[in-house]
Design a binder for this molecule. Structure first.
Ligand SMILES: NC(=O)c1ccc[n+]([C@@H]2O[C@H](COP(=O)([O-])OP(=O)(O)OC[C@H]3O[C@@H](n4cnc5c(N)ncnc54)[C@H](OP(=O)(O)O)[C@@H]3O)[C@@H](O)[C@H]2O)c1
Length: 317
């Protein structure tokens, strides 16, 4: 496993991060604490030292288990501050309606309790609206103050899938250590709007959902077989699943690779992008963890990776 420095910080994280949303219970299937600890153990033994979670994942369930796991394992944990309201593209919400300093302090102190730690390694705002680029000064300064006080080691924001502009006009952009962003063969807007700025400013990019929730791993066959609550039932409803599968087949054809190799290609496409330090992958079985570690070692040519740029598709969310 390779490890990379997270932007301007001294934190070193594995090229694959363990995404914990899918095991939190929010996707319909409840994973027991024993099952989750077993998955964490396998990942850690294979070199994954970076875990992404949030207070809203299972209502703190995963944070608690990570707290227990980190007693005996040296791991880097990223967690988030959910907005009090969730802004959307159509409905811009004033940042003050989502975040204020005392709310952030309260949510952070609850996370620290669950994680059983004195500080959080990476803390990010879970919600963002492009209109906040000019109005988030106070909130970003507050995160920086928490960093100075030693309550967090790195600060960042998580951008929504519907983001339609970059962060060039973000006041206090230089304060950010990292940005989490949806990035995969279909969703590539970050390549135009964000990655070169991030590279220039030494802001680390964490690519989330690099397998498009599993479609790029060829695991989405029939939505009926997914349990109620699995977010993919909504994201791929109607004709969307069919069109996604059609495109997945086409990608394999153009690359002249077998579908089995596509997850490896999809992860490596993300990791090859400027400023991307780690891919945050949802992994819900031991086999998937093992496969993804191996996936980093499969070789693709520069030309094959470059071809990935032509697979962009705005499916809508
Ligand atoms: N706003 C935010 O900040 C935000 C939003 C979304 C996600 N995230 C983070 O990003 C993480 C990842 O997102 P995600 O789970 O939606 O998407 P993902 O990583 O693109 O897809 C994960 C799914 O792909 C399948 N998969 C993964 N590796 C595979 C392999 N080698 N072979 C076959 N199938 C494989 C698994 O499906 P099955 O389990 O069905 O087998 C897995 O659940 C989340 O857990 C969370 O930590 C953050």
């Amino acid at each position: 496993m390779d490890y990379v420095k997270l932007g301007k910080t001294g934190i070193k994280i594995s090229r694959i991060g363990f995404g914990t949303w899918g095991i939190s219970g929010d996707w319909g299937r409840k994973f027991s604490k024993k099952e989750i600890l077993c998955l964490f153990n396998v990942a850690f033994e294979l070199g994954i030292n970076f875990f992404d979670t949030a207070p809203v994942y299972g209502n703190g369930y995963v944070e608690e288990i990570l707290g227990e796991f980190s007693k005996n394992h040296k791991i880097i944990i990223a967690t988030k501050i959910p907005g009090k309201r969730k802004p959307s593209l159509e409905q811009s919400v004033n940042i003050d309606e989502c975040y204020n300093t005392s709310y952030i302090n309260t949510v952070l102190s609850k996370s620290l309790q669950r994680l059983n730690r004195k500080y959080v390694d990476l803390l990010m705002l879970h919600n963002w609206h492009p209109q906040w680029n000019k109005t988030a000064c106070r909130i970003l300064q507050h995160l920086n103050k928490l960093k100075m006080e030693g309550k967090i080691r790195a600060m960042g924001i998580s951008l929504p899938a519907w983001m339609n502009k970059g962060l060039d006009d973000l006041t206090h952009l230089a304060l950010l250590d990292f940005v989490m962003v949806p990035l995969n063969l279909f969703q590539q807007w970050a390549r135009y709007y964000l990655l070169s700025t991030a590279q220039k400013k030494n802001i680390a990019i964490l690519a989330r959902s690099p397998l498009d929730h599993g479609s790029l791993a060829g695991v989405l066959h029939r939505l009926e077989s997914l349990p109620n609550g699995d977010i993919r039932k909504r994201k791929f409803q109607g004709k969307t699943l069919f069109e996604t599968q059609r495109r997945v087949t086409e990608i394999c054809k153009k690359l002249r690779i077998d579908l089995k190799k596509l997850p490896a290609y999809a992860l490596q496409f993300c990791l090859a992008q400027p400023a991307v330090v780690s891919v945050i992958v949802g992994m819900r079985s031991e086999q998937v963890i093992r496969d993804n570690i191996k996936n980093l070692k499969i070789n693709f040519t520069k030309d094959q990776i470059a071809l990935g740029e032509t697979f962009e598709w705005n499916r809508g969310q």
